[in-house]
Design a protein around this ligand. Sequence first.
Ligand SMILES: Cc1cc2nc3c(=O)[nH]c(=O)nc-3n(C[C@H](O)[C@H](O)[C@H](O)COP(=O)(O)O)c2cc1C
Ligand SMILES: [Mn+2]
Length: 476
Amino acid sequence: MPKDLRSFMAEVVEQQPGGLRRVDVPVDRRFGINAYGARAEREREYPALLFTNVVDSEVSCVANLLATPERMALALGRTVEELTQSSDRIESPEAHPPVEVAAADAPVKQIVWRGDDVDLGKLPIPVHNALDGGPFLTAAVAVMRDPESGKINAGIYRHHVYDDRHMGVWFFGSHHGGTIHRRYEAKGEPTPVAIVIGHHPAFLMGAVSRVPGIGGEYDAAGSFLGESLEVVRAETSDLMVPARAEIVLEGVIMPAEEREEGPFAEWPGHYVGGGPKPVIRIDAITMRRDAIFQDIQASGREHRLMGALPRISSIHRNVSQVIPGLKAVNVPVYARMHCYLSIDKEQDNDPIRAATTALNTEPENLRMVVVVDDDIDIYNEEEMAWAIGTRMDAAQDLLVIPAWNGPGGLLPTNWGYDKEGGRTARRSSAVIMDATKPAPPVQFPVRAQVPPEVVDAVDLDSAVSVTDSAGLPWLG
Ligand SMILES: Cc1cc2nc3c(=O)[nH]c(=O)nc-3n(C[C@H](O)[C@H](O)[C@H](O)COP(=O)(O)O)c2cc1C
Ligand SMILES: [Mn+2]
């Protein structure tokens, strides 16, 4: 059976007991769904959550499916270590190209609504955080065809639901989704779009992987899935959509029309951004008979983890071409504007070259790059702080690029604030910290440690807990 959302949920239940919890009590789509995720996060638990009883909706909702590295690893068929070290590097992008199936073999065509039947209100689309401007699609993969190359492109973009048939969409910065829309708009034409909701997480990670050039996300999804993505022709356009999705919304982005979008709590954990954005009109909805709607906990751990991993791999890809001694890349899930690189340093130029390459790979995200030697575990903040404290001298090892990120956008630092409560878009700085030792042949002080083989040989059970003062007769 080809992989889809359901096969993955079954796999979680079988292989990671406790990884998925079902909520059968009534839950309000306004804050209720996200509140479960937030409450679990407060307890430092991150189960996937299946809501079977969302008030006023026949459709179930699953959230937090990718909130842990363990479930992410299960979805991509890798170990947690492979995931963080190599992330989504696509070994053979063309190995599993998409294959077309007939509508009769496409579960997503079991129900087709057109025209006046189209009603986004029937779906359990959540309002996530306190000041959000309305319901948002957070796990929606928008599929569009580039009018120049004919290639199909896909990405997750936030969609603000305005009414039964209209939504706003925000394409950030240089993302291809926006490029394609602008190309149709320049010709005065509507942009056909299909919005895919609910599929195997490997499909979603394919959609958000940083494939160079427009298009190729369906191939990336095939590579992550380990099998070709089954696609079927859309109802209202020539777009090809995943046949085993739960729900597909079809419509057009209307040319020369914009509407105020947001506010919406984003990955930096603040309400920033907003403003006029393109508007989508939905003309058809196709779905499975017992469709499951998928949500990503906005501004939560799932949102940040899904965003950090593709960036780890795009940075890995580019920096390793410049610095062969690159060992590992971390974009910490709690501060996605930071990047840690560990390198086997051969020359004193290596850190600055590695850091500037990383910055240029993800200019819209990164504002700080810290480079350390390869004896430092960059997934351990204590080691990072120790390396900065012992191997970095700010007067020479800290470089500030005064205007780098922005202007405007999602990062609070990319805005200037005035006393009247107003704000102006501006650029904010980036910083590079070189916390590496000098390159050979310089002799830097040696790291203090007990011989590791002696530490390995210790049997900790031979150290017995003293439970009462009889165990310490000297004190009596
Ligand atoms: C949960 C999540 C939400 C995202 N929301 C948006 C968004 O609202 N707008 C956007 O442009 N990119 C968003 N992204 C990032 C894009 O999906 C991602 O960078 C993708 O590679 C862009 O593809 P493209 O360059 O083909 O457009 C989001 C990513 C994730 C994981
Ligand atoms: Mn793309």
